[in-house]
Write a protein that binds this ligand. Structure first.
Ligand code: CP3
Length: 366
């Protein structure tokens, strides 16, 4: 069943994602609803992070904050949630520790562990476990009233797997690498299980009102070319293949899909062929080189300024924008969604993000 909402007044992002020629590049930034905004802290108060995700009223308020602050500049909203709601739906406990990040008190240890068998055997009903995400999406679509499209998202199987075995953030990836190099088949079984849950979660987000979806493979770059091909790419491809099938079977229209394989510069060529409409790039790519690798394939590139440029001066930010505009946009007029190369970081002055958007606008005007 398809829900009815106000038609979009600004569908620039959807047109650019489909590879159409557009009047200017659409822009949004990863993690645009978050800690750099004073209004985020005000609305969140002392609440636990996952509690805010589970409250559709607060989650929709937080989603709308950047849309309101940057009205007329920002071309998308991204639902306020987290990639770690999938491990939660799979029965794992995940806490968010203030100023430290996510923490799993009981991560997966080895395939011989009882928990591994339990997680694999568990029949996960995301409709039941993550109903609050879908409610938040529907409520946000109503509040957006057609101002900009709403993006839904999930973590990639590989990135979620890393969190599930590491138990939180890491620099070494010791547990993830132990699994990859010691238990490759058991690792793939789990990645496959996570992939199917990703498909279900994205499909229900679309049913609830998400107009485009992004898969965050934030830890793609921890793998090398050969191991990425084995432990991440097939599962990203599985999602790209199964999601449209699932949407059609639910009587829903297919939506554009974005993949963000952070750090996996070696994979750009194959990422352009596995079924995504948009490939997100981090700041380690030279925009003009990435455009060359894409060639004439109908894939839109998204990114990719260093998020750290927003700690810079106005001139520093303008220079970073100019590099993107020259590489992605000049002489093209399509195939680019302006963004940072990763999420916006805490401590950034929100006015610097405004300058970033204004400069993209100014430098891409015909
Ligand atoms: O504005 C948006 O982009 C929507 C919301 C969003 C959040 N997390 C909210 C959040 C999105 C899209 C995410 C995705 C996410 N979550 C990713 C992929 C993107 C990336 O950065 O690579 C990852 C790896 C996570 C897991 C996660 N969640 C971490 C590692 C942390 C702590 C450290 C950090 O960078 O914030 C979180 C917490 C989190 N997720 C916050 C927000 C606003 C901060 C919570 C707080 O302290 O108030």
């Amino acid at each position: 069943m398809e829900l009815k909402f106000t038609p979009l007044k600004n569908d620039l992002l959807l047109r650019a994602a489909r590879g159409e020629t557009v009047e200017r590049p659409p822009m949004w930034v990863m993690r645009q609803a978050g800690r750099y905004l004073p209004e985020y802290h005000e609305a969140k108060g002392g609440r636990d992070f996952f509690e805010t995700c589970r409250d559709p009223e607060i989650a929709s308020t937080l989603t709308l904050q950047p849309v309101e602050r940057y009205a007329g500049l920002l071309d998308a909203a991204i639902i306020f949630s987290d990639i770690l709601v999938i491990p939660q739906a799979m029965g794992m406990v995940v806490e968010m520790i203030d100023k430290k990040g996510p923490h799993f008190p009981d991560p997966l240890k080895t395939p011989a562990d009882e928990q591994y068998a339990e997680v694999l055997a568990r029949d996960v009903d995301v409709g039941k476990e993550l109903g609050y995400v879908y409610k938040a999406i529907t409520l946000t679509r109503k509040k957006l009233d057609g101002r900009v499209p709403l993006i839904g998202f999930c973590g990639s199987p590989w990135t979620l797997f890393c969190y599930m075995v590491e138990g939180g953030g890491t620099k070494l990836f010791a547990q993830s690498k132990t699994w990859v190099y010691r238990y490759p088949e058991e690792t793939k079984k789990l990645l496959h299980k996570i992939s199917d849950i990703c498909v279900d979660h994205l499909a229900l987000q679309v049913q609830a009102g998400a107009q485009l979806v992004q898969v965050f493979d934030s830890w793609a770059g921890e793998l090398g070319p050969a191991t990425f091909k084995e432990f991440s790419e097939p599962f990203l491809a599985h999602i790209a293949q199964k999601l449209p099938e699932k949407l059609r079977s639910m009587g829903l229209d297919v939506v554009p899909m974005i993949v963000f394989p952070k750090g996996a510069w070696f994979a750009l060529d194959s990422m352009c062929d596995i079924g995504y409409d948009v490939v997100g790039l981090d700041w380690l790519y030279d925009p003009a080189d990435a455009v060359k690798v894409r060639g004439d394939r109908k894939v839109t590139l998204q990114g990719n300024a260093d998020p750290g440029c927003l700690y810079g001066s106005k001139e520093g930010i303008t220079k970073a924008v100019q590099t993107m505009v020259d590489g992605f946009w000049k002489g093209q007029g399509k195939g680019w969604i302006a963004n940072l190369g990763h999420g916006i970081t805490p401590g950034v002055d929100p006015d610097n993000l405004k300058h970033f958007f204004e400069e993209i606008h100014r430098l891409t005007k015909n």
